[in-house]
Design a protein around this ligand. Sequence first.
Ligand code: GAL
Length: 459
Amino acid sequence: MTSTGREHGREMTRREMLRRFLALGLALPGGTALLAACAGGQQPTPTTAAPTQPPAGQASPTAPTTGQAEDKLEIFSWWTNPGEADGLKALFDLFSQRRPGVEIINATVAGGAGTNAKAVLVTRMQGGNPPDSFQVHAGQELIGTWVVAGKMEPINDLFEQEGWNKVMPKTLLDQISHEGKFYSVPVNIHRSNMLWYNKRIFEANNLQPPKTVDEFYQVAEKLKSAGVTPLSVGGKDKFEVPHLFESVLLAVFGPEDYPKLFGDPGMWESDARIQEAIDMLDQFLSYANEDRAALSWADAAQRVIDGSAAMTIMGDWAYGYFINKGAQPGQVFGWVPAPGTDGSFLWLSDSFGLPVGAPHRNNAIEWLKVCGSREGQDAFNPKKGSIPARTDADKSKYDEYLRYSIERFAQDKLAPSVVHGAAANEAYMTAYNNALNVFSASRDKDQLKGMLIEAAKEL
Ligand code: GAL
């Protein structure tokens, strides 16, 4: 068998790669023709126009585009919500200081976790119309989707020049590397397994934030009897219930065994703890609002600070959202790790890379320098609700929650997020998300188990 990629310590065969690329509508490295069909069916429209310039030819990693007037920079992301959009703007402002004459095209496609944006990106990459740089999660979302397909330029020279490999944790560097080369610049680290709660509601009902799953059930029961929606859950962006389930999986399996789920597909069928996790999710949802499909993660978070629900389990981009809304941390809202996951940090990282054929390659490189700089990270992360990917950040710029998170990341057991690209390939993520979104409406536990076993075939 020809081995073409390595994943979770096992070789990925050419056949497996082909299946994945077919699922994504991408071409295999080394020649197979691009496919017309794109995964995901109907495509949302980007909020800004595609660049007017035709894409440049395939740029060699060592030969920067020169002599070409570069008056634009197009950055593609899904950061449209309060908090995340503020962080992005902070990076744009820094870029503009460095390249004042350059027009920034903020190509966003709304939808948390990039479920919509990623489908649009596939179409653009397939059509030879890449943005200059795009948001991509460190891990398999970067490596399995784009790097092994030959769609990204290695950026080792930049890493060397900027010294990034000396100031970023190895766990993270491993997730952006393939065959000894670096392929993106991590701008942050987010924590997925966080519970945010309304302080006033907890105080009024004489409750403590729940640490364990049993405590969560007790608190939820009391809130329910008091007429308060215990748990606020979204569903409109098609990642919110899958997101909740990864915290549940972590609570059930623990940080040692949770990662094994994405390396040993058989566990989804044979391990009895899967049923336990499904039952737990079902019980969590019994304390949640019914109108999930109409709410984005941000709408669900809003309910916590406006007091119409008591808790939400969401990544710490919710923190960026709360700050933007002027909610005082520690007064209006508080935080604890998701029930049963204290001591574990379910992590993910947003990064930006250099697509092959970036139309404004020199500007893209300058953008990456901003993303990787200490100044850039310290401007972006306090607004975004994430901690810097660099370990030499100026901690005085980070407030109480973020200082806590920096400390937890250094001390906790780390586990990779599946919904946000770190743990598994895109085809698996799509199937896993689909299973959980179907369950959010149907609450059919047997069907969920079957769909999760089916999804595991993509691992
Ligand atoms: C995550 C992403 C975060 C945040 C969130 C909600 O996937 O890593 O930066 O944007 O989605 O949109």
